[in-house]
Design a protein around this ligand. Sequence first.
Ligand SMILES: CC(C)(COP(=O)(O)OP(=O)(O)OC[C@H]1O[C@@H](n2cnc3c(N)ncnc32)[C@H](O)[C@@H]1OP(=O)(O)O)[C@@H](O)C(=O)NCCC(=O)NCCS
Length: 284
Amino acid sequence: MELGRDALLPRYQRIVDTCEPYLVTYPGNHGALDLRPFGLPIASERLYDPTSLRSRAVIDGLHHLDAFSFGGQEMLMPRWVLFDCGEFPGIVFGFGRTASALSPELRRAYHVEGAAHDDTFVPLSMWVAIRCAEQGAWFGHNLSSANYVPQPDPLPGLGTITKAYGVAVARVAKQYGATQWASHSVALHMTLGEMNLLGAYTPAHTHVETFTYRIDVDHERVTAPLRPGWSRPTEGGDRVIDAGDSDAIVALQDELERGARLRLHRVEVRGEDQPQRLWLVVAG
Ligand SMILES: CC(C)(COP(=O)(O)OP(=O)(O)OC[C@H]1O[C@@H](n2cnc3c(N)ncnc32)[C@H](O)[C@@H]1OP(=O)(O)O)[C@@H](O)C(=O)NCCC(=O)NCCS
């Protein structure tokens, strides 16, 4: 599917006008990927091979991005984890700029202050996805955006466009992922497709109150929030789960293991001192 720049909402036009898409993966994977996601070419100099020293600075940038976005959540990635699980077998896709085009706040956050770094390419967002053994299936391992750093010139929509185009790069048919019930990213993931709940409570994960989901990818639907005329649902849903309600989360896990089929429908953001509320619908 092609998606011309003029078809995008202004916030996304600004991102494709002022940033460049990049991809980190082993070159042996290129043939299985779409290097022109929705018609947007990834320039050959923005293709980074993790086994090459040429990729060193951009990979340092990925770890700075990871540190300020995930460091506080006890999910910081050791360098070997990103190499073994993302950069080599899968994809790290996102948008970036050279350091000379960044605010002083971002140059500091990425450790690229000073003229010597002006031409260093800085990854401002990343979607890390790992291919599953199941045909067409990918696991979304990490989504981060430099909008997390307080700065005068944020790029609203950066996380959303990064995941949408990343899904196209990897030619994803089924996207699996795991997210915390309290995560502010749930609404973003929901914009890209129906999130079918696979698990609600996950002792296998560092954070037990993590749910696992599957999105059956439809490119029209993935790109809908990037185009005019789309809006998040603000009503509806059959039942609720409040982030932090451990008893309800464990009970929901029990229901899912007994065969219940549920989808996430919408996020209700409540007062500052109240956890977000997720509305579910009974599927099928
Ligand atoms: C989650 C994250 C990737 C979002 O990036 P972003 O560039 O802000 O994404 P977008 O601008 O596309 O935001 C999508 C929506 O989420 C909202 N949003 C983003 N971060 C939010 C936050 N911390 N709290 C509440 N809402 C938030 C935005 O307001 C936006 O809503 P809108 O479309 O109605 O304006 C970024 O905040 C981040 O790196 N967080 C830390 C890492 C993390 O938790 N990642 C998710 C793991 S699954």
